[in-house]
Design a protein around this ligand. Sequence first.
Ligand code: CO
Length: 134
Amino acid sequence: MVRIEHIGIAVENLEDSIALYEQLLNTPCYKTETVEAEKVATAFFRVGESKIELLQGSDADSVITKFVAKKGQGIHHIAYEVENIQAEMKRLTALGFELLNTEPKKGADNKLVCFLHPKTSGGVLVELCQEIRP
Ligand code: CO
């Protein structure tokens, strides 16, 4: 894996959290994006070579809405950048990690993504992401 691409943080109210993170990080949010398929609204901040991704569920049955209802706001996932997502998915499956999707899917911020079930990754929801190259 190349680096920690971003840390995903589930929030109740994206607008309020953007204001909070702009103060906390002392840097402006550089992008907001809604991923309809995942029912999330996202906002991104750069922190050195990594990013913070804020996520708000865009409807009641969004996994983020449910996460916040159950656990409150907080860290939701850690995303690792990979060179070749298909190869990493194959490598991790062979090692016994459970993938939450069998094919990479289109995520926010121009990425192909795949999630690993927390039960096989030590209680942490892991996202693999690969830049979509033109
Ligand atoms: Co993410």
